[in-house]
Design a protein around this ligand. Structure first.
Ligand code: 2BA
Length: 96
């Protein structure tokens, strides 16, 4: 099993969550802030079976947008990814 941490833009978070839950994934949403732009973003926390990780990444990709954002007035624009995804080994998931 894997623990997947997905960082998405706040604007995309609802659509991604709807798509993931529609496909039977479990998702926990955490409010977060990017260190560079200092804008709000969203972390989605999911425990996922190994054989469903690729499906989850495809859903995330299909329901997010690439975004261009100037860090501050008169500064060069940066491209914010559709999503930044960390896939970690999950030793155990317990529901008590
Ligand atoms: P932010 O830290 O606000 O970064 C927003 C965008 O600014 C980044 O998009 C990247 O294009 C640019 N950027 C970030 N740090 C930079 C730097 N030191 N120098 C130049 N440009 C920089 P993404 O790479 O798509 O990242 C989107 C958000 O995902 C980030 O928001 C941060 O919250 C998170 N993130 C990305 N990479 C991460 C990592 N390695 N570890 C932890 N969080 C990460």
């Amino acid at each position: 099993m894997k623990l997947i941490l997905t960082i998405v833009r706040d604007d995309d978070a609802n659509e991604v969550m709807d798509a993931l839950t529609d496909h039977g994934f479990y998702v926990t949403r955490l409010a977060s802030t990017g260190g560079f732009l200092r804008m709000g973003n969203t972390v989605l926390l999911s425990g996922v079976e190994d054989d469903r990780v690729d499906q989850m990444l495809q859903i995330i990709q299909a329901h997010t947008q690439i975004h261009v954002q100037p860090p501050a007035p008169n500064q060069k624009e940066v491209q914010v990814s559709r999503a930044v995804v960390f896939v970690l080994e999950l030793e155990r998931l317990a529901k008590l």
